[in-house]
Design a protein around this ligand. Structure first.
Ligand code: SF4
Length: 213
């Protein structure tokens, strides 16, 4: 009996970045995070097409393979169902194999290209907002950079009313010369009200770290 064709898309390629997969949930001046795993940017081939693409993996897969920029991998994956809540194009990766580990010594940072830490480390470090332009030009391959999908609950009494957007953050050393915060961010609430996230929020989130931590 013929086997059903797999609905998964085969991919292979070399890692251009490994960053945390973290979602930010906002409700006016309240926020919390979901620490989901990692996002791989891969220069290679997926479903027979050569291009750069992104695949989300879980923390167990990262712990097993210790992936970092420069590793060559292969596997299979599926398109994400809801692109508003994911930064990766694909997820549910399976059959992940490392074909070659990166042999090149880490470049002089920034950006930082070694193995990213466990998700708990990101949680403990806290983040600062990072200008979207700076993320795109200097930080998209850094293990301390994160492009987060954000869901905003507009009315806490009616959680079905939500908005979605993307925000970029830095978990890296406070002294990083590439860092630029960009404009403060505003969060919409009920009846057209809005709350501005001042610099003091970032200062509080990272005040336990020294300049080079
Ligand atoms: S600003 Fe942050 S994300 Fe960008 S290179 Fe520096 S440490 Fe990495």
């Amino acid at each position: 009996m013929p086997t059903a064709p797999s609905s998964k898309l085969a991919f292979h390629g070399t890692l251009a970045s490994v960053q945390p997969r973290i979602t930010l949930h906002r409700s006016f001046d309240q926020r919390h995070h979901s620490y989901l795993g990692y996002v791989l940017a891969i220069e290679g081939e997926i479903d027979g097409v050569q291009r750069t693409f992104t695949v989300a993996i879980g923390k167990a897969a990262q712990a097993k393979h210790g992936l970092q920029v420069g590793d060559t991998i292969k596997g299979a994956t599926v398109p994400v169902r809801n692109p508003r809540t994911e930064r990766a194009e694909f997820y549910k990766a399976s059959g992940l194999q490392v074909l070659a580990k990166c042999e090149q010594a880490d470049l002089t940072p920034p950006p930082w290209h070694g193995q990213p830490p466990e998700l708990q480390v990101y949680r403990e470090r806290g983040h600062r907002r990072l200008a979207a332009k700076t993320y795109d030009s200097k930080c998209s391959t850094c293990k301390w950079g994160c492009s987060m999908p954000v869901d905003i609950t507009l009315d806490q009494w009616n959680p079905t009313k939500a908005k979605y957007r993307v925000e970029t953050f830095c978990y890296g050393p406070l002294s990083c010369p590439s860092y630029a915060p960009g404009p403060t961010r505003k969060v919409l609430g009920r009846n057209g009200m809005s709350w501005e996230e001042e610099d003091s929020v970032d200062e509080e989130a990272t005040s336990h770290r020294g300049p080079d931590d």
